[in-house]
Design a protein around this ligand. Structure first.
Ligand code: M6R
Length: 607
C-alpha cells in the first residue's frame, strides 16, 4: 500500500528519492517523508499531503548521497506529519520506512517504553526503529537481524544509520521489495516504477531475505545469516509507459490504451491452425487440462468481477463448473480442496494481500493455483504454480480499467483452450477466434464516442445514487460499473442483476436515482426491457448501453450509448468501456482527483 524507495550512489539522493516517490505516489498518498544522509547526520523531512507538499518543504540545496523515502497509506494513526514515515530512533541517527502491519506492536511498544525508548507517533511502524536501536552497537545489518524475529506481521522495511553512511539495509516479509542495480549506484523500492528511470536490472527479494546495499554492490542473506544467491532479472516496462503522455489523468490514458492492451493479452496465444489457444506459463500437460473437472477463481475488487466473467465463460464454453469467490472470504472459510479442481488467483498488482494469503492457504492444502497477473515478478506471480501474464503494461490509476479487459481476455483464451479439448468444433473455434480478434476494433469505435459519454456524464453527475443493472455474462460488468463510479466520483452506486430489482432495489427508484441498464441483443433482452419499463413506470431515469440499431430501446429510455454488435458472450468487453468512461467523466465533472481518489490506494497490501 505504501511506497518505499532507498538510494545510494553518486547522484543527489534527495532528488532521486523525491522523483521515486512521485512515481510511487499511486501506492498511497496521504503523507510522505524522506531521511537522507547529510554532513554526518540524517536529515528527516515529512509532510502530510501529496509529494508536492513534501517537495515544498525540502531545501533546494539539500545534498546527500544516500537516503530513504516513503509515501503512506494510513493504517495505524491519523494522517499527519508525525505519523508519516521515516520514523527515527531516540538518537535521531537511525531511520526506518515500513510497508505492512506489525501485529504485535502494542506489546513491543510497552516493552520498549519500559526500557526507556520515547515514542512520538501512533503508528505500528515506529516500534521497528526502536527495536533495531535496541540491538544496534556498530552494525546495522546485525541489529536488523536481531530485531526481525521479534516482529509479528508483514513488512517490507528499508533503513539507514548515520554511522554507516552509504549503506542501506532492507528486509521483506509479506510486503514487496525489489532491488535495482545501477552503475555505481543501488536502489531498493517497493516496486519497479520507482527505479526504471535509472536501471532495468532488478533483483526481487523473497520473504525472509535481508539485503545490504552500498553503491558498489549488494549482499543478500537470510535471517540466519546464510548467503542467498539471487538472480538478476530484466525489467520489461519502459519509462514512457509510466508517464501520462499528454493525458490529464492516467485513468484516461489507460482506458484509451485498451484496444492495444487487449491485443497484447491475446497476441502470440492464438493457434489458428488448430483453432485453439496456447498459454505457455500454465505448467499443465494436456492430460492435466483434460482432467480438470472444476475451476475456482479467487480475487478482489475489479479482478473479482473479471473473475466472475471468467467463471461464466468457463461454464458456457467448455462447460466446466466454475465459480469466482472473494479471496478475503476464501482464506478464512477453511476451504475444501476438491480433486481435479484448478484454482486461479487473479490480480493486477500481484500483491493484494487478501488474494496472496488465500492462495497460500489453498496451496498449503494441496491445491494447484495458477496466477493471472499483470506485474511481472510480483508476489502472486512468483508464489503461484504457474500462470499467465496479462501484459497490460503498468496500470497507475487507482481505478483499474485496462487490467479488467486484459484479465477477461485471458479467460476467453483459456475457455477456448479447454473447449477445443472437449466439445467445441474446429469451425466453432475459428469463429470464436474471429470474434475475439475483432474486439479491439470495436473497442476503438466505442472510444471514438467518448465526447457523447462526456456530455451524458455532465447531465447525471449531480445525482447522488445510481443503479447499474445487467444480466448473464454482463451481470459482473454492472457490478464493475458501479464500483468504478463510486470509487472515483464518490457517487453512491449499486450493481445488481436487473432481474433482482423487483426483490428490493426498486424501492430506491425515483426521479433522482438513475438506472444504467446493459442491454445486449441476447436471449434475455426481452426480460431486461420489461425491467426497464418497470423502472420507467416509477419515474426513474434510464440510461441504456445497447447494440447499435436498437430502435425499440431508443423510444423507452432517456439516454443511450450504442455499442457495436458482437457475439453474445463477447459483450463484457464492449459494455465495460462506456461504464469506465462514464465514471471517469462524472468524476471529472465533480472535480475529483481521478487517479488518486480519497481513502484508496493502488495495490492493497493489508488485510
Ligand atoms: O491488484 P489487484 O487486481 O489484486 O487489486 C484488486 C483490487 O484492490 C482492485 O481491483 C480495486 O478494487 C480497484 N481500485 C478497482 O478499481
Amino acid at each position: 500500500m505504501c511506497g518505499i524507495i532507498g538510494y545510494c550512489g553518486p547522484k543527489n539522493a534527495t532528488k532521486v528519492i523525491v522523483q521515486g516517490l512521485r512515481r510511487l505516489e499511486y501506492r498511497g498518498y496521504d503523507s510522505a517523508g524522506i531521511a537522507v544522509g547529510s554532513n554526518g547526520s540524517l536529515k528527516v523531512i515529512k509532510s502530510k499531503g501529496k509529494i508536492k507538499d513534501l517537495h515544498n518543504k525540502i531545501p533546494e540545496d539539500l545534498e546527500s548521497t544516500y537516503g530513504i523515502g516513503h509515501t503512506r497509506w494510513a493504517t495505524h494513526g491519523v494522517v499527519n506529519d508525525i505519523n508519516a514515515h521515516p520514523h527515527v530512533d531516540c538518537t535521531g541517527d537511525l531511520a526506518v520506512v515500513h510497508n505492512g502491519i506489525i501485529e504485535n506492536f502494542e506489546s513491543l511498544k510497552n516493552m520498549l517504553k519500559a526500557e526507556g525508548h520515547t515514542f512520538h507517533s501512533e503508528t505500528d511502524s515506529e516500534v521497528i526503529v526502536h527495536l533495531i536501536e535496541k540491538y544496534f552497537k556498530d552494525d546495522l545489518e546485525k541489529a536488523v537481524k536481531e530485531a526481525l524475529p521479534l516482529l509479528k506481521g508483514t513488512f517490507g522495511i528499508v533503513c539507514v544509520h548515520a554511522k554507516e553512511p552509504g549503506t542501506i539495509v532492507g528486509a521483506r516479509n509479506g510486503s514487496p521489495l525489489v532491488m535495482g542495480i545501477g552503475l555505481d549506484e543501488m536502489f531498493l523500492a517497493s516496486d519497479v516504477t520507482a527505479i526504471i528511470a535509472h536501471t532495468k536490472q532488478a533483483v526481487y527479494l523473497e520473504d525472509g531475505e535481508i539485503v545490504v546495499i552500498k553503491p558498489d554492490g549488494f549482499v543478500t542473506t537470510d535471517i540466519d545469516d546464510r548467503q542467498v544467491t539471487k538472480e538478476i532479472e530484466q525489467i520489461t516496462w519502459e519509462l514512457q509507459e509510466i508517464e501520462k503522455n499528454g493525458h490529464p489523468f492516467f485513468m484516461e490514458k489507460e482506458i484509451i490504451e485498451q484496444p492495444e492492451s487487449i491485443r497484447r493479452a491475446i497476441s502470440g496465444r492464438i493457434d489458428k491452425d488448430q483453432a485453439t489457444a496456447h498459454l505457455g506459463g500454465l505448467n499443465l500437460s494436456t492430460k492435466d487440462l483434460t482432467n480438470i473437472e472444476r475451476v475456482k477463481i479467487i480475487a478482489a475488487g475489479t479482478s473479482y468481477y473479471a473473475s466472475m466473467v471468467g467463471a461464466y465463460l468457463l461454464e458456457a464454453i467448455p462447460r466446466i463448473p466454475a465459480i469466482a469467490e472473494l479471496a478475503s472470504e476464501v482464506r478464512y472459510r477453511n476451504p475444501i480442496i476438491e480433486k481435479n479442481t484448478l484454482y486461479f488467483a487473479v490480480t493486477q498488482s500481484g500483491e493484494t494481500v487478501d488474494t496472496l494469503y488465500a492462495m497460500k492457504e489453498l496451496k498449503r492444502k494441496g491445491a494447484t493455483v495458477l496466477g493471472i497477473c499483470n506485474v511481472v515478478g510480483s508476489s502472486i506471480a512468483r508464489d503461484s504454480d504457474g500462470g499467465v501474464y496479462i501484459h497490460s503494461g503498468p496500470e497507475i490509476a487507482v481505478a483499474s480499467t485496462k487490467a479488467f479487459t486484459s484479465q477477461i481476455s485471458v479467460f476467453y483464451l483459456f475457455s477456448l483452450l479447454l473447449a477445443r479439448m472437449r466439445d467445441l468444433s474446429f469451425s466453432e473455434g475459428e469463429k470464436f477466434i474471429q470474434d475475439l480478434q475483432s474486439i479491439p476494433f470495436k473497442v476503438e469505435k466505442i472510444l471514438d464516442m467518448r465526447l457523447k459519454i462526456k456530455e451524458m456524464a455532465k447531465k447525471y453527475a449531480h445525482c447522488s445514487d445510481f443503479l447499474f443493472l445487467g444480466r448473464g455474462v454482463n451481470y459482473p460488468v454492472a457490478l464493475e460499473g458501479a464500483l468504478k463510479l463510486k470509487e472515483i466520483s464518490y457517487i453512491h452506486a449499486e450493481g445488481y442483476s436487473s432481474a433482482e430489482i423487483k426483490h428490493g432495489p426498486i424501492a430506491l427508484i425515483n426521479e433522482d436515482t438513475p438506472s444504467l441498464f446493459l442491454v445486449p441483443d441476447d436471449d434475455l433482452r426481452g426480460k431486461i426491457i420489461s425491467n426497464i419499463k418497470e423502472v420507467k413506470a416509477r419515474k426513474g431515469k434510464v440510461i441504456a448501453i445497447c447494440v447499435e440499431g436498437d430502435e425499440e430501446i431508443k423510444d423507452i429510455v432517456d439516454d443511450i450509448v450504442e455499442i457495436p454488435k458482437t457475439t453474445e458472450l463477447f459483450y463484457p468487453f464492449l459494455m465495460v468501456i462506456p461504464l469506465q468512461l462514464f465514471a471517469y467523466y462524472c468524476a471529472l465533472e465533480l472535480g475529483r482527483d481521478v487517479d488518486q481518489p480519497r481513502n484508496l490506494a493502488k495495490s492493497v497490501t493489508v488485510e
